[in-house]
Every structure is written in C-alpha cells, then in structure tokens.
Design a protein around this ligand. Structure first.
Ligand SMILES: [Ca+2]
Length: 359
C-alpha cells in the first residue's frame, strides 16, 4: 500500500506541478478505528502508516463511539454531522470496530480555581505525502467538527482581577516543523472569557470570545515578529455562545495562505464557525478576515503541524468532555465543505428548542 502510494506520488510529480494540480487532501471521519484506542500515545501512527496526516500524540484523547454513549457526557450526543466533502469519498478500509467514531477530549475539573486543565490532539503532515522539495502547505485549509457539551462552562479563575477579559484557553494552533524551533510561522487561536464588571455585574457568562496571533521570522531582526495579535479589540467575536452552542456541533474552518514573498503582504487568514451544524438551524459567521498579512516565513513559508484544543488556563469546575470529528486538512477549498464558510445573512440567536417557550 505504501509502495503503491509512493509510486502514485512520483508519477503525479512527473506529470503535474504542485501549484496547479497536485491537490493535497486528507480527510478522516475516524470510522473503523479501534474503539477506545488511546490517541494520546501514537495509536494512530501505528495503524495508518503512509497516511498523509497522522495524529502522533496528544493529552487525554481517545476514540469513542457515539452510539455507546460518551463517558463524561451525560446527554445523548447528536450524531456527527455529515460533511459532504468526506461523504463523497470512498470509505477508508480499516479493521477496527468503531462506528459513529470521534475523538474524545477529557478535561478534568477542580474546585481549586488555580487548577488548570489540559487535553489536546496533535496532527502532522507526513512529509512522504508532499512533493519532493515541499515541506508543508502554503495554502492551508483545515476543517473539523467540535461538539460542545451541555455542561460546557467557562469559569473565571481570578474574579477580582481588574482586566475585563481573561482566560486564553487554547483552541487551535498550527505551525511549521518541530515545535522546538521558535522562529517559524505559528498561528494560535485561543478564547477569552468576559469578566465581571466593576460593580460585580456579570456579562455574558460562559461566552467564549476569540483571540489569535500569528508570528513568523523577521529577517531584519532575526527574531520572532507578530503579524497580528488580536484579542478583545479584534471585534468581540464570539467563539462559543452558550445559549446556542451547548449540546450542538460546530463546524470550524481555518484558511491560511502564506504570503508569496517578504514584501508582498498578501497573506490570508480566515476563520469561520458554523453553529448548530447538522441541523436546519445552522448559522455561520466569519470570525477572522485578514487579506494583507505580512507574515512571510522565509525558508519556512509553510504550515505542516498543529494541535486541536489544548491547555485551559481557566480550568473547569467539573469535568468537561468535548468531541472532534470529520477532520479535513487540504491545500484547496475544493476539498472542504464550502457550505460551512458561507456567512449567514442574519444571526438567528434563537435558543435551542428545549428552552424555547411560546407565549
Ligand atoms: Ca466519525
């Protein structure tokens, strides 16, 4: 299989150039893996040698079947939403027994406000899957589904702090090459909570606001430079709205196009969240929209690694479990569900049906 894959790549390279026709696309709905497999310890690499993307390590992640009920989630989880971009492809042949399978992320809660929490899943592009001379993707599309449980909460570990916002919990990080090298393109998306006001009033409890930054190598100083570092001033974009997101799936999509040169300033960063994915009440909003990025990465002008979720500075009062499914990493918009990046014309913030009252 691996040999065949290699030959296919070589043949492709001889006949097509990477820029116009050599599509890179990896999709994974996690079906057919072994139920309960520990993704934190390299399980995926052991069963998917030759895959274009592997999930080499993580923290407190495992593969679970939604049909069995998910440990740590009390409610019945709605089936993973269909992603047409995955559905259209032939199913992967795997020997495991997991159906309606997804990655479970377990965060441990504590009544101690100083206690952080941690769960994450790393992913990495297999260099064998790239054309010779390419180390990563300069046009990077990442799409995945995230389930936000009914007991999701976002506590304030420092309720007496004077900053209006706090937190900084990791949501998604992507970068080039091994993490030990600090000077390389690296994009981090995190989330902030809105703290109590000066007179003790609470604003938007449990609402998560987006913050992000993008750093790359500065050829002038030889140091890391931050292209963008947007927190609360970045438009007050809501990442998790507890009223509509609890008990639902979100389809999240990140697009990064690296600048073509140091002086071109044509880098792109875009990020969309589709809420209530898989229902007839889905709504989509674009949370990041950058079209003039100057984050050229020099000889590392690409992305090839990342992790999903990650460290929670705020921690949790009690255990919270998230799910991720329908993972796509590609170099073309053609490989993702493009319907999930069409912004809705209005933001229908109707609550979920169980709490809707008609008078
Ligand atoms: Ca699945």
């Amino acid at each position: 299989m691996k040999t065949f894959f290699y030959k296919l790549m070589v043949t492709t390279l001889f006949t097509l150039s990477f820029s116009n026709a050599s599509a890179f696309s990896y999709v994974d709905d996690f079906e057919g893996y072994e139920k309960g497999a520990n993704l934190s310890s390299g399980y995926n690499e052991s069963v998917t040698a030759g895959n274009a993307v592997t999930f080499p390590s993580g923290v407190d992640t495992e593969l679970v079947s939604l049909t069995d009920g998910v440990p740590g989630i009390n409610e019945a989880v709605p089936d993973s939403p269909v992603n047409q971009a995955i559905q259209a492809l032939p199913p992967k042949s795997r020997s495991g027994n997991c159906t309606q399978c997804a990655i479970r992320f377990s965060y441990s809660g504590s009544s101690d406000l100083s206690q952080d929490a941690w769960s994450e899943q790393r992913f990495s592009i297999n260099s064998d899957a790239l054309p010779q001379g390419k180390n990563g993707l300069t046009n990077f599309w990442l799409q995945y589904d995230l389930y936000i449980p009914e007991n999701y909460h976002f506590r304030d570990p420092e309720p007496n702090a004077s900053n209006w916002y706090g937190g900084g919990d990791k949501v998604l990080v992507v970068w080039a090459d091994e993490n030990s090298d600090p000077i390389k393109p690296m994009l981090q998306i995190a989330r902030l909570m809105k703290r109590n006001g000066s007179s003790g009033e609470t604003w938007d409890p449990d609402t998560a606001y987006l913050e992000y930054w993008f750093a790359s190598f500065d050829p002038v100083t030889g140091e890391r430079r931050f292209f963008d570092d947007k927190g609360i001033e970045g438009g007050y974009q809501v990442l998790i709205d507890p009223v509509i997101d609890r008990g639902n799936w979100q389809r999240r999509t990140l697009h990064v196009r690296m600048p073509t040169s140091e002086g071109s300033n044509d880098g792109v960063v875009e990020y969309w969240v589709e809420r209530r994915t898989g229902t007839d009440r889905s709504i989509t909003k674009k949370l990041i929209d950058v079209k003039s990025g100057n984050f050229f990465g020099g000889n590392k002008n690409y992305l090839n690694r990342g992790y999903l979720l990650g460290w929670s500075n705020a921690g949790y009062n009690y255990d919270v479990t998230y799910l991720i499914d329908n993972f796509i990493l590609a170099n073309s918009i053609d490989s993702i569900d493009a319907s999930a990046i069409k912004a809705s014309s209005n933001e229908n913030r109707l609550p979920n049906p169980p709490s809707l009252t008609i008078e």
